[in-house]
Design a protein around this ligand. Structure first.
Ligand SMILES: *[C@@H]1O[C@H](CO)[C@@H](O)[C@H](O)[C@H]1NC(C)=O
Length: 260
């Protein structure tokens, strides 16, 4: 081996070592807990959960230890031709897609959550057709969201969310379906903060976890809220076995027609 090649080899080895050694440090500082909310627009228990429960983690400091992921698809169905049918009709599909577009446009939870909250709040007041007022209320540029929607990107995002919720193990039975670090909370979901605090192993325990009894004061009756969850219908379960390739083939052909 000549000296040039030897030096080059040394360089590659030292670089690789540095990259590998720096990885565990990066992961250690990422000690957040994954909180995923599977939900759908116009489902009363989902509106209630977003507005009266999830919103609290942005005020009580819990967001600093939580990696919040919203999945706005829920129990919708995909037709063989790639169009989506939603439990609560066309408006649910539209708002799910708009919310998916907002997550796509503003990936940080602190950026998209206020918009999602705004829409869900309007939904809970029966004013869901006024969702566009959320841009003005929050001083947000509507273009990234409306472009995503009108160009069919939102529809593709929805198909991805569909794949994610249908791949859940154990499978979801209803929405809101709340998963903390891979574990579904079932009908205990309104208590998600205590689950997060219990599961957190990091060194930055938020104060909110210490005064737990005070922060979990349900603004609405938990049982009343649970009565309004939206169950997965039987015929949706079958679509779980639908091959992905069929879906991706029909996406492009149906986006145009779906938009009209
Ligand atoms: C897609 O299929 C559904 C039912 O299978 C039908 O109602 C709808 O009109 C179809 N849409 C398009 C764009 O072909």
């Amino acid at each position: 081996m000549n000296s040039h090649r030897y030096i080059l080899l040394l360089l590659i080895v030292s670089l690789t070592t540095r990259i590998c050694l720096s990885l565990p440090i990066a992961i250690a500082s990422e000690e957040k807990l994954k909180l995923t909310l599977y939900y759908e627009a116009l489902c009363p228990a989902c509106e209630d959960f977003v507005v009266n429960y999830v919103d609290n983690i942005f005020d009580n400091g819990l967001i600093s230890i939580v990696d919040l992921k919203l999945s706005p698809y829920g129990n919708a169905k995909i037709n063989p031709n790639g169009t989506i049918v939603c439990q609560h009709g066309e408006w649910e599909c539209r708002l799910n897609t708009i919310e998916a577009c907002s997550i796509h446009a503003w990936p940080a939870p602190s950026d998209h959550f206020p918009f999602v909250y705004c829409i869900e709040k309007l939904n809970s007041e029966g004013k869901y057709t006024e969702w566009e007022t959320c841009f003005e209320k929050l001083d947000l540029d509507p273009n990234p969201v409306t472009d995503c929607y009108s160009r069919g990107i939102g529809h593709e995002l929805e198909l991805q969310y569909a794949d994610e919720i249908l791949a859940l193990e154990p499978p979801h039975a209803y929405v809101p379906w709340v998963v903390v670090d891979g574990q579904p909370l079932y009908d205990d979901y309104t208590d998600f903060i205590s689950y997060i605090c219990k599961a957190y192993k990091g060194s930055n325990m938020p104060k909110a976890c210490l005064g737990l009894t005070r922060i979990i004061t349900a603004p609405t009756d938990t049982i009343k809220s649970f009565n309004h969850v939206c169950y997965l219908e039987e015929d949706n379960v079958k679509s779980k076995s639908k091959p992905k390739s069929t879906l991706s083939k029909i996406i492009s052909s149906t986006v145009a027609s779906w938009m009209t």
